[in-house]
Ligand binder design. Structure first.
Ligand code: SF4
Length: 348
């Protein structure tokens, strides 16, 4: 079967032409999928019956299946646990922000990176998502939300720069006016610091925002909570991010998780302020850790978090403490999946 989801207009046209179907049917297919959200070939009534039957026999448009859903009490954060065609499960989150709908997409099933504060990595990496599976999360939420998606972050399960080609290809399709028409400036790729592909992404010429999961201001603490820190030293990571900034001129976002007794001393706040100061217009997102029975890490007191923030801010850097939108719906990476079991591990 030929998977049509995730294919660009020219790829669909090629499929049509190679099967002796007129090229213009490719554009009609794209419109059915991304503008009219019609996925059943027999409902594509602009097509003659013979083409509908051919599509049904040889092609597929595979959307993930919804297994579980959590909605925050305020109704503005909606998280889905989705099952893919091989039984693997991923999470996707839709957040209604004041500026529009923002969607948080996964790039892998599981994750190899082993960050100690993250539920997504507890079963290790199972596999990369395909282009269709990355795009499918957006298509599904677009149909459910029934209104445009304003922005997109690749910040769900997985290290997107490890699944580089599929991630970039999916974003290129999502950007197309015939698909979701989301500007690259409203897309963010979050990385734990996969250095070679930060350079590669910088050279891609796409003005995507880069978010670095920094989470520590020295190598000792970073290695303790992020095993990737043993592969790439902090200096190397920051050098790559500097290259990204200089090449794209895009504002860098730094993510910094606040873990009591681990990375929240006043010295670390000063060091974080000094790091932020090196990147004009950067933003630092402080994220209180979201512990659970599997992740026994605790957030600092509100007073300590505010002191930390004030010190960072004293360096003239834009810094906020992320509102804990997700707490009530287990929105921290991987927690909904953990609560419902990890089906792909049952398959292993
Ligand atoms: S925080 Fe991101 S990179 Fe780290 S283990 Fe979780 S999904 Fe992977």
């Amino acid at each position: 079967m030929i998977e049509l989801l995730g294919k660009s207009l020219s790829e669909l046209q090629e499929i049509m032409v190679s099967h002796k179907i007129p090229k213009f049917r490719g554009k009609q297919l794209i419109d059915y999928i991304y503008s009219r959200f019609i996925f059943d070939f027999q409902d594509m009534t602009q097509f003659p019956k013979s083409l509908r039957d051919w599509l049904e026999k040889h092609c597929t448009i595979t959307l993930p299946t919804i297994i579980a859903e959590s909605i925050s009490p305020e109704g503005n954060t909606r998280k889905l646990l989705l099952e893919l065609s091989d039984g693997s499960r991923i999470e996707t989150v839709l957040m209604a922000q004041h500026y529009g709908n923002s969607i948080c997409v996964s790039s892998q099933v599981g994750c190899a990176m082993g960050c100690v504060f993250c539920a997504s990595t507890q079963g290790g990496l199972f596999r990369d998502l395909t282009v269709a599976e990355i795009v499918g999360q957006v298509v599904l939420f677009r149909t459910l939300a029934d209104e445009a998606i304003h922005s997109l972050v690749i910040m769900g399960a997985g290290e997107p720069l490890q699944n580089y080609n599929n991630t970039v290809q999916a974003l290129q399709l999502i950007h197309e006016p015939y698909a979701f028409n989301i500007s690259y400036r409203k897309m963010t790729i979050s990385t734990c610091g996969w250095v070679p592909n930060i350079y590669k992404l910088a050279d891609e010429g796409l003005p995507i925002t880069l978010a670095l999961s920094l989470h520590a201001t020295n190598d000792t603490v970073r290695r303790q909570i992020m095993p990737v820190g043993a592969r790439y030293a902090l200096d190397e990571v920051l050098e790559a991010v500097t290259y990204y900034y200089n090449t794209t001129q895009r504002r860098i976002t730094f993510e910094y998780i606040l873990i009591n007794d681990v990375n929240v001393s006043q010295d670390e706040a000063h060091q974080l302020g000094r790091i932020g100061k090196q990147f004009p217009n950067c933003h630092i997102n402080l994220i209180p850790v979201n512990g659970n029975e599997h992740i026994q890490l605790y957030k600092p007191s509100n007073k300590d978090m505010n002191t930390f923030k004030d010190i960072v801010s004293s360096y003239g850097v834009s810094v906020t403490i992320r509102k804990e939108m997700g707490d009530a719906i287990q929105a921290a990476c991987g927690q909904l999946k953990a609560a419902h079991g990890r089906k792909e591990e049952i398959h292993e």
